[in-house]
Write a protein that binds this ligand. Structure first.
Ligand SMILES: Nc1ncnc2c1ncn2[C@@H]1O[C@H](COP(=O)(O)OP(=O)(O)O)[C@@H](O)[C@H]1O
Ligand SMILES: [Mg+2]
Length: 237
């Protein structure tokens, strides 16, 4: 049906009686880094959840790799190579960095095992330095990197990151941007849900801006950066 890895058409989602997504069209193509931007409470996480089957849409359609997956069980979506890194750090504090990574390892689609421990550590040199440390000993930035690195150990095709830069110091955010660009060169497609326009501008090729559950902008990041009206109205910058 489409060349998109992940696509939504006219998607509507609710929490109880509260109508949160109002007909969203959205697409991520293979090899892209896409930014999904918008202020707090505008529906970014809800859109991710509705595409992942974590929240059943009440209208519209979702495709994964061209296969209709509207409202499919989340484990079926995950099996198609779509990995989700939710907001907040999802590591095991009582395990070491190595243990956190090794216990997440599993083959991807068609038995792919591109991301070995060694390969992940090449992309995250900081984690190599911390390999024997407990999760609880890591800084916020190191925890975020470990969360992403663990998810790569599942060999996904697409990585959905929800607010990865949240709460990180500017220097760490730059480092995270480098890591994400490196991951893409290794063939992983990335979708970032972010309030931080400048972080998205560093890494994303294309972006969407949503406001109150509707897409207000879709286009390249460079066009978005030049669009003072959209930035001012919907991104508070
Ligand atoms: N579990 C929930 N139950 C009810 N309302 C929710 C729930 N999660 C989010 N919302 C509401 O849905 C809207 C969109 O939230 P969300 O998708 O989390 O926004 P964002 O990720 O852009 O900050 C907000 O108004 C929020 O209050
Ligand atoms: Mg959110």
């Amino acid at each position: 049906m489409s060349d998109g890895l992940l696509e939504a058409r006219d998607l509507h989602a609710y929490y109880g009686a509260s109508h949160v997504l109002h007909g969203v069209d959205f697409r991520v193509r293979r090899g892209e880094i896409v930014g999904l931007m918008g202020r707090n409470g505008m529906g970014k996480t809800t859109l991710l959840r509705a595409m992942l089957g974590l929240l059943k849409p009440r209208g519209g359609r979702v495709w994964v790799r061209g296969t209709p997956m509207t409202g499919a069980e989340p484990y079926l979506v995950a099996r198609m190579g779509i990995a989700f890194v939710p907001e907040g750090r999802g590591i095991f504090p009582n395990l070491t960095v190595r243990e956190n990574l090794v216990m997440a390892a599993r083959p991807g689609l068609d038995g792919r095992r591109d991301w070995t421990l060694e390969r992940v550590l090449e992309s995250f040199p900081r984690l190599r330095q911390r390999i024997g440390h407990g999760g609880w000993q890591l800084s916020g930035g190191e925890q975020q990197m470990l969360t992403i690195a663990r998810t790569l150990m599942t060999n996904p095709e697409v990585l959905l990151l929800d607010e990865p830069s949240e709460g990180l110091a500017p220097l760490v955010v730059s480092l995270l941007a480098e890591m994400i660009l490196r991951i893409r060169t290794e063939g992983v497609t990335v979708l970032l849900a972010e309030q931080n326009l400048h972080f998205c501008a560093k890494v994303a090729d294309r972006g969407y801006v949503i406001d109150k559950g509707s897409v207000k902008y879709e286009g390249t990041m460079s066009d978005l950066l030049a669009d003072e009206e959209v930035k001012e109205k919907y991104l508070a910058v």
